[in-house]
Write a protein that binds this ligand. Structure first.
Ligand SMILES: [Zn+2]
Length: 206
């Protein structure tokens, strides 16, 4: 019998952003200021939690029980990466942010949400799940983002063709990049790779 008590934690939300309901009735993250393409909007840390973790996040919109399968990302070791308030960032195939990790960040489990295009105050901040979520375990879905390059079914990076994976490689976070290289080694050996991919493989010792 399970006797654990849910962990209740307060969402610490950077002043650059706010949580608001989206027009679809979900919670989303919205910019409170203008941000120029190429700038970092905020930094945040994440942590690994077990699949049966019970977390209640106290937010300005009320107390939200976190659905672990929906709001976390399954890692290679079976644990789930949990992102606090950032769990509410919605997907877009034409996302306006990417997640950046700078040297030293990996050990601190810290990332920066970086503007991939100009963002205006009031815009919803989105990311492309395919760049960091290997298989979208527990939350694959059919995308309705309406972008011209919409991927349609979002089943994680592993669901893409090799050519599309390679085209995406520069935007991947390190753990996803490493899994990509490990799983596609034969195809990578047979393919003329962009210099950026070769440099990154060398930098990561792959
Ligand atoms: Zn889409």
């Amino acid at each position: 019998m399970k006797t654990s008590t849910p962990v209740r934690e307060i969402a610490v939300i950077p002043p650059q952003i706010e949580l608001r309901p989206t027009k679809n009735g979900y919670i989303g993250i919205f910019a409170r200021y203008d941000f120029k393409k190429g700038t970092d909007i905020y930094s945040h840390t994440f942590r690994a939690v077990p699949e049966d973790a019970e977390i209640i996040l106290v937010t300005p919109l009320g107390e939200v029980p976190i659905d672990i399968k929906v709001h976390t990302v399954r890692r290679a070791d079976g644990m789930r990466d949990y992102f606090g308030f950032d769990s509410f960032m919605n997907h877009s195939c034409d996302a306006n942010t990417i997640s950046m990790m700078y040297p030293g960040d990996a050990e601190k489990m810290r990332y920066y949400t970086h503007a991939a295009k100009d963002i205006a105050a009031g815009d919803e901040i989105t990311c492309n799940y395919l760049l960091f979520d290997w298989d979208c375990d527990g939350h694959s879905f059919d995308c309705l983002c309406g972008a011209s390059g919409c991927f349609g079914h979002i089943g994680g990076f592993t669901d893409l063709s090799f050519d599309r994976q390679l085209a995406f490689a520069d935007g991947l976070d390190d753990p996803t990049f490493k899994r990509f290289v490990a799983g596609a080694r034969d195809q990578l050996n047979k393919t003329k790779l962009p210099d950026s991919v070769i440099r990154r493989m060398a930098a990561l010792g792959l």
